[in-house]
Design a protein around this ligand. Structure first.
Ligand code: HEC
Length: 207
């Protein structure tokens, strides 16, 4: 067999290295071309490579973990409230990532209702929530106290529900989104100023 001879192996190895070299050169040229701007749409190849690398870098034992307690309506409800408060800024209440922050990050906040996310194991989702993803906008929310793990498992339970959210769920979440209107911000400022001993009704005295 040609491929089992030393010459065949050498040729095969050479082909692999040449391919890697070619891909690296293309990636380098691409980077020089686009600089470090986050504005271009990440390419399919890049997204696929980044996700594969992320998959390999999450320890297998972590990926195999499952929630210590079974999912119930309470854990989903807690996860939903927490998601509306901590995650929706980037991911959106519906998890589709169609927010002004989520769509301006590189990589973009993904559509978590899609198969690519739903195919990830519970353990992988938990690991990502706890540790974040380096070189992306995804923050790590965990700490070293295992008694806080339950919150992240609630979020995993809720992420599984994302593809089947009802309009009522979304309405409920909107009430929990951390949006301070401009008027509310101004009101808070006035309270702070009042507490600091300034008179806010004094027309002639502006800062
Ligand atoms: C500041 C923006 C931001 C916030 C806040 C944020 N995320 Fe993310 N998240 C991202 C980005 C960007 C990615 C894509 C990372 C990547 O491509 O590897 C991501 C990826 C993920 C993923 C992986 C999904 C996949 O298929 O790649 C999960 C799960 C996730 N986030 C859950 C959460 C949860 C739960 C919260 C709230 C506790 C949260 N995120 C808060 C920006 C954010």
């Amino acid at each position: 067999m040609a491929t089992s001879t030393p010459g065949g192996v050498r040729r095969w190895t050479l082909a692999v290295f040449a391919t890697i070299g070619f891909a690296a050169t293309l990636a380098g040229i691409g980077l020089v071309w686009s600089g470090v701007s986050a504005r271009p749409e990440p390419t399919r190849v890049e997204t696929r490579l980044a996700r594969s690398a992320r998959h390999l870098l999450i320890p297998a034992a972590a990926r195999a973990r499952s929630a210590p307690t079974a999912t119930d309506p309470d854990s989903i409800a807690r996860g939903r409230a927490h998601f509306a408060d901590h995650c929706a800024t980037c991911h959106g209440n519906d998890g589709k990532g169609r927010t002004s922050y989520g769509q301006r990050m590189y990589p973009r906040a993904p559509d978590m209702t899609a198969a690519a996310t739903q195919k990830l194991s519970d353990g992988a989702l938990f690991w990502i929530i706890e540790n974040g993803v380096r070189l992306t906008g995804m923050p790590g929310f965990g700490d070293d106290d295992p008694s806080n793990d339950a919150e992240s498992w609630d979020l995993v339970a809720f992420i599984r529900e994302l593809p089947s959210l009802t309009p009522e769920d979304l309405k409920e979440m909107e009430r929990l989104n951390p949006t301070l209107s401009r008027a509310a911000v101004e009101h808070e400022r006035e309270i702070d100023a009042f507490l600091a001993g300034e008179s806010v009704s004094d027309e002639g005295h502006h800062h």
